[in-house]
Design a protein around this ligand. Structure first.
Ligand SMILES: O=C(O)C1=C[C@@H](OP(=O)(O)O)[C@@H](O)[C@H](O)C1
Ligand SMILES: C=C(OP(=O)(O)O)C(=O)O
Length: 428
């Protein structure tokens, strides 16, 4: 898409307070679990965004009732074994394309899954093969990707499955989230290079236990979910800390000061690692009852293994491109399978702005270099748009393509961003 957004440039330090909408990962886990729970659930301060609305629609098409009219979403579970055919649009949402098929297998009918053009290239085979091994009927025409059809029989045997989840932690989360509803529960055993995104796996285990599901994750790379009811709960969704990343990074990049309201004191969100990353890059970070305050200082590069926090890579790479010393970001081979090949996209777009970037098989190297304005392509990737916006705070003339793609997880991003940066004295 070619619509351009002139990212506002700040004349001085970026200062302000921001309220970030709810977490995509927590909202979509809460919705999935509510759809198979033992009664009606409430998901308070649910994120309203493309990914979560797609999830609500997907679960509704499988027979759950998801009332999304207010900020607090109300979910009545689907009727297990009910006869119903469905069409599921996954958009570009990893959480929808991975988390919903194991639920569809519990419905008595055919669920046809498809998504955006790029969604058809995102890895899926491990989940689909695992579902077959657990007793479900899945037809992907041998592609191992979208589109595919899950022919649910109203119940799934379950049991033990071995898979390689090195391409995405979501393969494991998907099976664990539905596993308690399978006759024998589920045991997922990972074999292969390390599974990325450990915080997201911890989040999955945490939300299951919160609903009374018995999960054993004591053995490395093995997760056991006992069969049993998923308790319906009333939960409040935390702000999305990964979506807070560009805002706190703007403070770090401009010697500014930004407060993110309501940053949780304890969380499983990967974005919480920003506290450590920004400190290592030279910022001062304070977490108190009000939230997280980041105050920027000299901005340094860093050598960082990001395997656990791949969704932070675009913003951290953009910030590293503004630093006064080199950086090396590692452990990121799997983000080539995200919304776009993020390593290739970051390499291409940062280089276009004058950045000195080396693309490695598993990450990026960045050297300090004077940057200049240019068009910044986003490849339908919300986090590429965040990276472009961040660069534009410091570098005049950054024109971000298709900023509307941020609606995947944060509708209103551009407005919130402009309010913060122009409120700090910007050339919009
Ligand atoms: O389970 C989740 O909610 C997510 C897991 C991670 O996926 P990968 O393990 O594929 O990186 C993360 O990057 C994604 O944004 C959300
Ligand atoms: C990888 C991401 O999304 P998804 O849930 O679509 O995998 C992301 O939001 O950075």
């Amino acid at each position: 898409m070619s619509e351009l957004w002139s990212a506002p440039t700040s004349r001085g330090p970026v200062r302000g307070r921001v309220t970030i909408p709810g977490s995509k990962s927590l909202t979509n886990r809460a919705l999935v679990l509510a759809a198979i729970a033992d009664g009606p659930s409430v998901v308070r301060r649910a994120l309203r965004s493309r990914d979560t609305e797609l999830m609500a629609r997907a679960l509704s098409s499988l027979g759950a009732t998801v009332d999304t009219t207010g900020d607090d979403w109300r979910v009545t579970p689907l009727v297990r074994g009910e006869r119903r055919d469905a069409e599921v649009d996954c958009g570009l949402a990893g959480t929808v394309m991975r988390f919903v098929p194991p639920v569809a297998a519990l419905v008595n009918g055919s669920a046809a899954f498809d998504g955006d053009p790029h969604a058809r290239t995102r890895p899926m085979a491990a989940v689909l093969d695992a579902l077959r091994a657990l007793g479900a009927d899945v037809d992907d025409g041998g592609s191992g990707t979208l589109p595919f059809t899950v022919r649910g029989a109203g119940r799934v045997r379950g049991g033990e499955v071995v898979l390689d989840a090195s391409a995405s932690s979501q393969f494991v989360s998907a099976l664990l989230l539905a596993g308690a509803a399978y006759d024998e529960g589920v045991v997922v055993r990972h074999v292969g290079p390390p599974v990325p995104s450990q915080p997201h796996l911890d989040m999955t285990v945490d939300v299951l236990r919160e609903r009374g599901v018995e999960v054993d994750d004591s053995e490395p790379d093995v997760w056991r979910v006992a069969p049993g009811p998923v308790r319906a709960v009333d939960v409040t969704v935390e702000p999305d800390l990964s979506n807070a990343a560009p805002f706190v990074a703007a403070a770090a990049a401009t010697r500014g000061e930004v407060l993110v309201v309501g940053w949780p004191a304890r969380t499983t969100q990967a974005g919480d690692r920003l506290r450590d990353i920004l400190t290592r890059m030279g910022a001062e970070v304070r977490l108190d009852d009000e939230g997280l305050t980041v105050r920027g200082g000299d901005l340094h590069g860093l050598d960082l293994d990001m395997r656990d926090i791949g969704e932070l890579a675009p913003v951290v790479a953009a910030l590293a491109a503004l630093a006064d010393s080199p950086s090396r970001l590692r452990g990121l081979a799997h983000i080539r399978g995200h919304e776009t090949d993020r390593l290739a996209a970051l390499h291409r777009e940062l280089t276009r702005l004058g950045g000195r970037v080396t693309e490695h098989a598993d990450g990026l190297g960045l050297e300090p270099a004077p940057l200049h304005g240019a068009r910044f392509a986003t490849y339908a990737d919300h986090r590429m748009a965040h990276a472009g916006a961040l660069l534009g705070v410091v570098v005049p003339g950054v024109e971000v393509e298709d900023v509307a793609t941020t609606a995947k997880t944060f509708p209103g991003f551009a407005e919130a961003w402009s309010a913060l940066v122009t409120g700090s004295g910007a050339d919009a």
